[in-house]
Design a binder for this molecule. Structure first.
Ligand code: GLU
Length: 315
């Protein structure tokens, strides 16, 4: 079979997405996020042949937002261990919006999974180092292979000032003993982790490390334990796209995590880390054009885990 030229595929995926009307909205509930260019769009693939394919706005910085939940979970698993982490957060999908607090009123009061706000705040509450945010930043920098990944101070302050619903959840969890530390400090770590500036290339690197069992394909360095990578990817499948995870699993069928900054990070086992950036979001919080790009790539390259055909060979 003829190999496909990935450079052309990413360009075609980008143009395919752009052929649709941009009918989404940039997130505005965090005022600083609303400043993003609603028509920005980028796609990047880090492939196991050692090449990076990109098209569009791949150097534009955007904040990780919920994609940080994957990294904070991995950090917590690494530093605190599975048992402790999963005594404070579950592993089941919610079907509710990412910022819902209704399920916190269950008998256990433990949030359903670490990919939603309540769950990630509980995970931030588990992180026990003296400087949990610097630990997070160091891990992220190693994953992305870039030392100058930084906090976006303006977004962080904007989140801190506007994050009343997150605050409500955190206090509810503290009331039930799910969070045992100073609530404002825990929230501060959570807001900071959401407010780290990255590019689509960085997020495709994160996807690549996950796709390769926790190993950086460029250096051969193991950064994430195999078991932790497996847990993260599984939760990305079941809960990574908010309450749109089921539909995404049918239409695209790869582990993915999206963020309200407009990023979606995906991985394709032993092949690709993929990231898209497009800040215009649908009602569930997922990038409208980003989803179109991923649908295109999935079909074009046979990426769906149940596609029945092998992933196309590429160069
Ligand atoms: N920082 C955002 C919040 O707490 C993250 C939401 C998201 O990306 O889903 O609401």
């Amino acid at each position: 079979m003829n190999k496909v030229n990935l450079e052309n595929v990413v360009r075609d995926a980008y143009n395919y997405a752009r052929s649709f009307e941009n009918d989404g909205n940039v997130a505005s509930y965090i005022p600083e996020l609303f400043k993003a260019d609603r028509d920005a769009l980028g796609v990047c693939i880090v492939a196991n042949n050692g090449k990076i394919y990109k098209y569009g706005d791949c150097e534009t910085r955007f904040t990780m937002q919920s994609i940080s939940k994957v990294v904070s979970l991995i950090l917590a698993l690494q530093t605190e261990g599975k048992e402790k982490v999963f005594s404070k957060v579950g592993v089941e999908p919610t079907g509710d919006a990412f910022n819902s607090l209704v399920r916190l009123e269950t008998h256990t009061h433990i949030p359903l999974n670490p990919m939603i706000n309540a769950g990630a705040i509980a995970v931030a509450g588990v992180l026990d180092g003296r400087f949990p945010f610097s630990d997070f930043l160091s891990l992220l920098r190693r994953i992305c292979g870039r030392d100058d990944i930084l906090l976006n101070e303006r977004v962080y302050l904007s989140e801190k000032a506007s994050g009343m619903k997150n605050r409500a959840m955190a206090y509810m969890m503290a009331n039930e003993g799910v969070i045992e530390k100073d609530v404002e400090q825990v929230l501060d770590v959570y807001f900071k982790m959401c407010s780290v500036d990255v590019t689509a290339v960085d997020m495709a690197m994160l996807g690549s490390v996950l796709a390769n069992d926790g190993v950086n394909i460029f250096t051969g360095e193991r950064i994430i334990d195999s078991e932790h990578a497996l847990i993260a990817k599984t939760l990305m499948v079941t809960c990574g796209m908010y309450d749109g995870s089921g539909e995404f699993a049918i239409r695209v069928g790869v582990p993915a995590k999206s963020g309200v900054g407009g990023g979606i990070m995906c991985c394709v086992e032993n092949n690709f880390g993929i990231a898209v950036y497009g800040p215009s979001l649908d009602a569930k919080g997922n990038s409208v054009w980003g989803l179109k790009i991923l649908e295109y790539l999935s079909k074009e390259l046979n990426l769906h885990y149940f596609s029945g055909s092998k992933i196309k060979e590429y160069f």
